[in-house]
Design a binder for this molecule. Structure first.
Ligand SMILES: Nc1ncnc2c1ncn2[C@@H]1O[C@H](COP(=O)(O)OP(=O)(O)OP(=O)(O)O)[C@@H](O)[C@H]1O
Length: 325
């Protein structure tokens, strides 16, 4: 449904001149610096997928989304949405696309929220009956009613983001591109947006590509994650297999009934288990699931004393991402 093959994007910016008349000299400069923002990205996204697109600042995420939505033209490579080129067939493609840039609103700043929807409905040729029906549904899902008549500039960030999501869905697109839709939101606002996005995907079958720096968004919503770094995709797969690929150790806290006996240092060195601390009847160890499975770890720990309680903590997704970046 969404196809990108060997996509590259270069930006050319004039060399900034220094000294007298620097502004004018920069303006008329013929020297450019070329920045390769995206370097040969390829991926396919199928109908109904919910894909996280993550990477550090400046990695090329927004540039990718802009090329997919036809705002930017790739320097080279193939891009298509439902078989159409978003740059060439922009009008047709945008009918099936909803786009939200969390940092920028597509609503009219001084108008009441509902007036922006009237304008957007006209722009997307949504008739009155469909507009009323969809806004009723969106208003219920996103709880918009309370600020329906409020000018956009007076909305809180959470209300503004909910209004923007409704705006992106007003023409009922099949595909949604979201660039940081939870940026700056508090826990409750994030939760309500995540619930909405999960329903769009699960109940209404929408295909969603989500860019975010919030790893909870990714973990709670996405079945697939793509990591982009320095303009190239460095990982594309599920979250569990990303955990496995990175292979950070699991922290295991064991409480014994009474005393326990750890093996001699030479024997311990043979095991894929490391002791972090031992105090009273509690010991903390780490083990890498790539080297030893959970059952084997429990068996080994059981040989050291009579087990009372075991707690396992997998590495946070945040820590894993830190490793990939
Ligand atoms: N219009 C432009 N002109 C010149 N350089 C640009 C332009 N847009 C983006 N870039 C550069 O391309 C690179 C990728 O930018 P992009 O905005 O795609 O990153 P990002 O992954 O979305 O980052 P962030 O997480 O900070 O939003 C950056 O080095 C950026 O400075």
């Amino acid at each position: 449904m969404i196809h990108m093959k060997n996509i590259r994007k270069e930006f050319k910016t004039p060399v900034v001149r220094e000294g007298r008349f620097s502004g004018l000299r920069t303006l008329f400069s013929r020297e450019y610096i070329t920045k390769e923002a995206v370097r040969g990205i390829s991926f396919e996204i199928d109908r109904g997928e919910f894909v996280g697109y993550i990477g550090p600042n400046g990695a090329g995420k927004s540039t990718t989304i802009k090329m997919l939505s036809g705002i930017l033209h790739p320097t080279s490579g193939e891009v298509s949405i439902g078989g159409l080129n978003p740059h060439v067939d922009r009008r047709k493609v945008v009918k099936g696309l909803g786009v939200v840039f969390g940092q920028r609103s597509q609503l009219w700043w001084d108008l009441p929220v509902k007036d922006s929807y009237d304008i957007l409905a006209k722009m997307y040729s949504v008739d009155d009956i469909d507009k009323r029906r969809r806004l009723g549904q969106l208003s219920e899902l996103l709880d918009l009613q309370a600020f329906w008549d409020t000018p956009v500039r007076k909305l809180s960030l959470g209300q503004r983001m909910r209004s923007d999501l409704a705006a992106a869905m007003l023409h009922d697109p099949e595909i949604l591109f979201l660039d940081e839709p939870t940026i700056g939101l508090d826990v409750n606002a994030k939760r309500s947006i995540r619930e909405f996005l999960a329903r769009l995907n699960q109940e209404f079958g929408k295909t969603i590509l989500l860019t975010t720096h919030d790893m909870d968004d990714i973990e709670q919503l996405c079945s697939r994650v793509m990591v982009i770094n320095h303009g190239a995709v460095t990982y594309d797969g599920s979250i569990p297999s990303l955990r496995e690929t990175i292979g950070l150790p699991t922290l295991i806290t064991v409480t014994y009934r009474g005393t326990f006996q750890v093996p001699a240092a030479s024997d311990l060195a043979q095991l894929p288990i490391s002791i972090i601390s031992a105090e009273g009847s509690t010991i903390k160890v780490t083990a890498n699931r790539r080297e030893i499975n959970t059952l084997e770890v429990m068996k080994k720990l059981g040989e050291w004393g009579e087990l009372d309680d075991i707690e396992m903590k997998d590495p946070d997704f945040e820590e894993i991402i830190h490793k990939v970046y």
